[in-house]
Write a protein that binds this ligand. Structure first.
Ligand code: KIV
Ligand code: ZN
Length: 506
């Protein structure tokens, strides 16, 4: 069996430190419930002394979690912080106090203005004091990533002797390179007395975009707890993203001799929940939870994925709750992708019909960035309408605008396969086109209804026009037309209705 890596979630503490991501207690409870569904090992619920809201969140999440997760409250190495955290955690079944102090030259000299000896003294006092309230005390060596190896080892050894159960080695500023950070963890494993009896935790920031890599380097060298957040939320560039680090471990379980207890199909739900509560959306190309994480756009990739998913996909999307791989239909998609998607929509066409549709699809894809399911359905229906048509549209052109008189030049193919061209003017461009159609078809009917609706989203969406035409005998005929150009859809819709009327009369 590989080593169990504990997942320590800090979305509600470090994640909330993201500028603009503050949450109220009710929102934190909603996220905490999702963290329990994910089966995280530890929830860092807040920094109780920092505000009454944080205190309340830690208290309520303690009640919510019961036996299912350790609940942790953050403190500085200050007695009052520790007392308030202990109070907030008093209903927790598995409480943990997370206390610590800066250990890098920069933090000791410029922020805390203390000597190395004073730093160790304060660290040991904080851990011993926290121990008087709870058994489980985690110590953080802030800015460990920029600290002196030997001094860091000295601090860690001292806090273990004082009773720390977990030692957290943060790369607070996201400064390290993965191999250096890994070496730092290994140095502690090799040099600190008592380290085998405690959990080594890593807490990495993403300032150089390497938080996930740093955490994995830590695991590779002896860490058995990772601190992370949903969507990588956190101070500045954020923390290690839980979904990334957990899937990284899952994909390389043997090599890392590690596994987690995370219920990975809950990832997408967790990601969306955190985005909607904090208003911080993830970018489309974000690993694991981005909208494009399982979307294949190029024809070569689509062909491969359709033959066998793992040609271009290392994770089954269902494993992270993302449903199926997505084939994004664009002008680069091939026949295979179009056929596959049509089949998924329930259509089965012979090769000749598929070729015709593919041509229409390419025309549309040239005008639009992405072709959606609704566009495809519209295309298929359009082809059906054209196949039935007695009169079909060859070309239409309008000129209109202020102060022009709207005019239309229309060419239709009649049932004898001859092209007929007419010009008309009207009160608007659609009126001008419809008068031109009337001139060619010479049907006794009135336009009773006209409506336009966009088939898909975006400015380049297809516009679908529906018309109802009333024949002289009172019968109503409906026609539909879809195109990226609203004048073309209007023409097609009107022709569709009149074609029906004529073929019924015949
Ligand atoms: O980044 C950091 O060092 C922290 C500590 C408080 C654990 O967030
Ligand atoms: Zn942090």
């Amino acid at each position: 069996m590989t080593r169990k890596i504990a997942i320590f979630d800090t979305t509600l503490r470090d994640g909330e430190q993201s500028p603009g991501a503050s949450m109220n207690t009710e929102e934190k409870l909603v996220i905490a419930r999702q963290l329990l569904r994910l089966n995280v090992d530890v929830i860092e619920a807040g920094f109780p002394i920092s505000s009454p809201g944080d205190f309340e969140s830690v208290r309520r999440i303690s009640e919510l979690a019961g036996d299912n997760a350790v609940v942790c409250g953050l403190t500085r190495a200050i007695d009052k912080d520790i007392e308030v955290a202990a109070d907030a955690l008093k209903f927790a079944k598995r409480p943990r106090i997370h206390t610590g102090i800066g250990v890098s030259p920069s933090h000791m000299r410029d922020k805390l203005r203390i000597t190395e000896e004073q730093c160790i003294e304060r660290a040991v006092h904080a851990v011993s004091y926290a121990k008087t309230f709870v058994d489980d005390v985690q110590f953080y060596a802030e800015d460990a990533g920029r600290s002196d190896f030997a001094f860091l080892a000295k601090v860690i050894e001292a806090v273990i002797a004082a009773g720390a159960t977990v030692v957290n080695i943060p790369d607070t500023t996201g400064y390290s390179l993965p191999w250096d950070f890994g070496e730092r963890i290994k140095y502690l494993v090799d040099h600190v007395k008592g380290i085998d009896d405690v959990t080594i935790s890593v807490h990495c920031h993403n300032d150089l975009g390497m938080a996930t890599a740093l955490s994995l380097a830590g695991v590779r060298n002896g860490a058995t707890q990772i601190e992370c957040t949903i969507n990588g939320l956190g101070e500045r560039a954020g923390n290690t993203a839980m979904e990334e680090v957990v899937m990284g471990i899952k994909m390389h379980q043997d090599e890392l001799d590690a596994h987690t207890g995370i219920n990975t199909p809950e990832f997408i739900k967790a990601s969306r929940l955190v985005s909607s509560i904090t208003g911080m959306n993830v970018q489309a190309n974000k690993a694991i939870v981005g909208a494009n994480a399982f979307a294949h756009s190029s024809g070569i990739h689509q062909d491969g994925v359709l033959k066998k998913r793992d040609t271009y996909e290392i994770i089954d999307p269902a494993e992270v709750g993302a449903g199926q791989s997505q084939i994004v239909l664009t002008a680069r998609s091939g026949h295979a992708a179009l056929k596959h998607r049509l089949e998924e929509l329930g259509y089965a066409f012979d090769d000749e019909r598929l070729d015709q549709l593919y041509e229409a699809f390419l025309n549309l894809a040239d005008k639009k960035k992405e072709v959606y399911d609704e566009d495809l359905e519209s295309l298929v229906n359009e082809r059906d309408r054209e196949a039935e048509a007695l009169y079909s549209l060859d070309s239409v052109q309008v000129s209109c605008g202020f102060p022009l008189k709207p005019t239309a030049t229309l060419t239709l193919k009649n049932p004898e396969d001859e092209l007929v061209t007419v010009c008309e003017w009207g009160t608007g461009p659609v009126d001008a086109v419809y008068k031109a159609v009337d001139k060619v078809l010479a049907v006794d009917a009135d336009l009773a209804e006209f409506s336009v609706q966009s088939v898909t989203r975006g400015i380049d969406a297809l516009g679908e026009v529906t018309v109802r035409v009333k024949a002289a005998n009172g019968e109503m005929y409906t026609g539909r037309g879809a195109d990226g150009d609203i004048i073309v859809s209007s023409t097609k819709a009107y022709l569709n209705a009149l074609n029906r009327l004529i073929s019924e009369k015949h």
